[in-house]
Write a protein that binds this ligand. Structure first.
Ligand code: ATP
Length: 467
């Protein structure tokens, strides 16, 4: 009865669904749109907020060893010099000599089944690219004539005025990752909070990258949100903390978010940057294939030492018990909000053929991620007593759950609309409500209906365990 594809057809369906049902729109669409930049619509923003709140709850609030920050998007230009981004935050770029479209060389190689990793050196990728030139074709015009590979820096420049005169001719960038705002606040947090190594600082926020190619919808965008945890460890405990972090993050996806294990897997990077001890990605089986959802890195003391060097500040930590002094090592977990959102849509999108031959689209969201938890309808829209009773129930429930009221009066259509956006329960107010004080509650997945007393409704939903 249930058909679930995992392919490009499914992906195209999800993309058009997102726009049609108010989940995602292209940015500035009325002006022709911005490539690889998206806005989240009324239902999309609910899902996004739930993802972020759940991550925050489990990463910060449920832990005594982690605190949060919300740092500014604009940072001193020196941050990006110290971090290595000005010199080395780049992707391998090639251009079709005929139609002048630009591509990421590592992605072109991947598409013909040749392993190339963005972390490889320019020379390594250039060599592999040269060896495979005869197999590469421009996806737009078919030409096989490409420029040599050059490094394209991903930092997005702003023209923020240099009113303070504190930086010279360097541009102020929009941050390329949120973790730099964590490193630059490490000393503030050590001095103002009761934290002791090992401890973590977490942040959720926007990041900006001049991605060369716009593809795969919200998977790779030029403006996106990251959820990052930087965990500060004793140098000789870095790798044991890294293993713990890997376990925590895997459990977060499988147990907290409820993602099917068969759709997740680990990928260990072979080509590590010189300071890294280890790097893994958690991959998700997106409709267009296995791709990175989150990156986990054991980063040594690189970040704090670089900022110590460039800011001339002492980043040492002194153990209050032993007096031992060291620059903490960092293990990091970095996940993209948009990729989590796309994962949830991919997990949930289902087309079903019903027994009466009808087709329904149903978003089988885990109820905690459903943008609307309960929809309330009067059976008929032209009966004021039904409308009044339905409104009363809606008003009662809306402070507890995100609810939607629909008085279009066609219950079948209301159900289809709510199934499509993944609403777990629909409540219909009918004449029995007026006589006996009960309503029909219909379950999204089983489509079964049951009568529930209006006085029991709040309890009924709270027993279901979602908010
Ligand atoms: P990719 O290899 O896909 O370019 P990355 O290794 O550069 O990603 P990181 O710098 O490790 O990514 O960023 C951590 C996380 O931030 C990624 O796992 C991803 O979820 C998210 N992310 C990174 N770049 C983008 C982007 N352009 N659009 C959306 N999310 C992104």
């Amino acid at each position: 009865m249930e058909a679930k594809e995992k392919d490009s057809e499914l992906f195209n369906k999800i993309i058009s669904f997102c726009k049609r049902r108010g989940f995602v729109y292209q940015s500035s669409e009325i002006y022709g749109g911005m490539s690889a930049i998206y806005d989240y619509g009324p239902y999309g923003v609910e899902v996004i907020n739930t993802i972020k709140a759940l991550w925050w709850k489990h990463t910060v609030q449920a832990r005594e060893d982690v605190v949060g920050v919300d740092s500014a998007i604009f940072m001193s230009p020196k941050v990006w010099v110290a971090s290595g981004h000005v010199a080395g935050f780049s992707d391998p770029l090639t251009e079709c000599k005929k139609c002048h479209l630009r591509f990421r060389a590592d992605h072109m190689l991947e598409e013909i089944g040749v392993q190339a990793d963005e972390k490889m050196s320019e020379e390594q990728i250039s060599e592999i690219f040269a060896q495979n030139r005869d197999k590469l074709k421009c996806p737009s015009c078919g030409s096989q004539d490409f420029t040599d590979i050059s490094k394209f820096n991903l930092l997005v420049k702003s023209n923020l005025g240099n009113f303070s005169g504190k930086w010279d001719s360097e541009p102020v960038y929009l941050r390329g990752e949120t973790c730099q705002g964590i490193y630059t606040n490490y000393l503030n947090i050590l001095n103002s909070m009761k934290v002791r190594v090992p401890f973590g600082i977490a942040q959720i926020g926007k990041a900006f990258r001049n991605e060369i190619t716009a593809r795969q919808f919200i998977f790779r965008t030029r403006e996106f949100e990251q959820m990052e945890l930087e965990y500060f460890t004793k140098p000789d405990e870095e790798m044991s903390e890294y293993e713990k972090l890997k376990e925590t993050r895997w459990k977060f996806y499988t147990e907290v978010m409820g993602i099917k294990e068969e759709n997740l897997k680990w990928y260990q990077h072979e080509n590590l940057v010189f300071y890294a001890k280890d790097a893994y990605d958690i991959l998700y089986k997106f409709p267009f294939g296995w791709n990175e959802l989150e990156g986990l890195h054991a980063r040594g003391d690189y970040d704090l030492s670089q900022h110590a060097k460039f800011s001339q500040k002492d980043m040492n930590y002194t153990d209050p018990m032993t007096g031992e002094k060291y620059v903490p090592h960092i293990v990091e977990a970095s996940s993209g909000v948009g990729r989590n959102f796309l994962m949830l849509l991919s997990e949930a999108y289902t087309e079903e053929k019903l027994e009466n031959g009808e087709q329904r689209i149903v978003m089988k969201f885990n109820p905690k991620f459903a943008p609307v938890k309960v929809a309330v309808f009067p059976l008929l829209r032209n009966k004021p007593e039904l409308v009044k009773a339905a409104k009363e129930i809606f008003n009662q429930l809306k402070m507890e759950y995100n609810c939607e009221y629909d008085n279009s009066g066609n219950i079948g259509k209301c159900y289809r609309r709510q199934d499509e956006i993944g609403t777990p329960y629909c409540v219909t107010v009918d004449f029995e409500t007026l006589e006996k004080g009960t309503v029909t509650v219909r379950d999204r997945d089983t489509m079964k209906q049951e009568r529930v007393a209006t006085t029991e409704l709040k309890q009924f939903f709270s027993d279901k365990g979602f908010r």
